[in-house]
Ligand binder design. Sequence first.
Ligand SMILES: Nc1ncnc2c1ncn2[C@@H]1O[C@H](COP(=O)(O)OP(=O)(O)O)[C@@H](O)[C@H]1O
Ligand SMILES: [Mg+2]
Length: 228
Amino acid sequence: MPDIIKMKGVHKTYRMGELRVNALNGIDFSVKKGEFVSIMGPSGSGKSTMLHMMGLLDDPTKGSIEIKGREVSKMDEDMKTRFRLRELGFVFQFYSLLPELNALENVFIPQMLMGKKNHELRKNALEVLGMLGLEHRTMNYPHQLSGGEQQRVSIARAIVNSPEILLADEPTAALDSKSAANVFNSIRQLNEKLGHTVIVITHEESLGAMADRGVWLKDGQITKEKNF
Ligand SMILES: Nc1ncnc2c1ncn2[C@@H]1O[C@H](COP(=O)(O)OP(=O)(O)O)[C@@H](O)[C@H]1O
Ligand SMILES: [Mg+2]
């Protein structure tokens, strides 16, 4: 399989007035199409920064990033926005569902941005919610759902436009261990069934081991890699 993500010598320095924080210090990292990779490491080690770089949410200070064969630094903001909408799905720790919309309607949103027709919105949303075991929860509002269910709705929303790459930043950090395992299982099953490339940050090494490969960060550098 070809590399779908390639980072070479990536550095990221945040400047806050006089203060500089070197969040990433020379990251060389590739991901194969269809691979499921977990990123682990202590708080502040640069995990989110690395994911933001792969998600085109922020620019590196130095180094190159290629996604699907395209050099990210050569893309303008409009291209990045379109790329994010079509090719990338994001899942964050705190679900970020809209409280005034039910589960089904929350999953409509990314499709509406793509200009999908009404009957398609519904069909696609029902399909992905079903894949995540939420067919009986489609009319519920976020406050009527458990944390694990809310996170599965946000995963449904992230994959409804069939992105090639799913990026998740500590998607289970706010969940109890049973719901966390459930959410990880869902991500694993989707990866096997639909073949998305998946990159997930987690603190839980037992969950991280459900991936094909784990990488560990410390002080903005990769200190260890392991195939599971
Ligand atoms: N937007 C930002 N501005 C300034 N410093 C930041 C910013 N984002 C992250 N940092 C710093 O960069 C380092 C790495 O952060 P982060 O990537 O969030 O680590 P992790 O996700 O592993 O906890 C930390 O020291 C953090 O304080
Ligand atoms: Mg983080």
